[in-house]
Design a protein around this ligand. Sequence first.
Ligand code: OGA
Ligand code: MN
Length: 287
Amino acid sequence: MKIEPINTDFAATVSDVDLSQPLPDDIVAGIEQAMDRYAVLVFHDQPMTDDQHAAFTRRFGPIDKGLLLGSKRKQRLTNAEVIDLANVDPDGAVLPASHIRNVSLIANQFWHSDSSFKNPPAKYSILCGMDLPAQGGQTEFADQRAAYDALSDDMKARIDGMVAEHWAYHSRNMLGGGGYSDAEMAALPPVFWPMAHTIPGSDRKSLFIGIHTREIDGMETAEARMLLHDLLEHATQRQFVYRHEWRANDVLMWDNQSTLHRGRAYDLSKLRELRRCTTEVVMSDAG
Ligand code: OGA
Ligand code: MN
């Protein structure tokens, strides 16, 4: 397996490994080490079935079973561990722009950490790109360790010990999405996480914010939202960002505890098909 950094400590390209095949423990350990250092890994030319995708993901921890919120459509994939992010109906036709599924797909264009609104939250996400539009639709990542390091000492002291509320429906509300059932809303109550935490594998500190954060414990809403907004602006400056231009059969793997990511806009009438499989943080590992 070959690992070539894209930036010194953020994002690397990994080659000479076939993710569709069962991997020996030392290769899995090597990928974990690379994740601790680079936080985002890019693998090219890795076609995988959904079962192979899930089997690879399972090597890194228990799977976070997700659904696209408000996705009132028949599941297209048979493997419930793999999240279908395609903008298509079960027959494969591109959805009309007005389809409720597009609210969740567009919500992925806000800077976020997957499932930060769940307990346990997501650790690694592994995203396979199948069919990507010719224009737009890139995926960007922001290094939250570098963003933390670049805060002033005063700001570090201020936010160390602060706890933020993460709520799944905050981003959907911002897009004017509605129509979620009481049962759907009740299934995802807000959760609370420290705004800065230590990543166990690297001992580096990282910011932990994003579009799912709505409140800060013990702070007035207006002040909290502005602080979260300012921190997000800080955390997503271009010097912290890697932008991925997709090729078919690319696989991206990222650490949701130390990065933020977002999709970029694309023409919704064009097909965009990706599938994601995600692990949960095992709470004894959490920083
Ligand atoms: C995701 C996600 C962004 C994209 O898969 O979790 O946010 O570019 N994807 O589709
Ligand atoms: Mn995501």
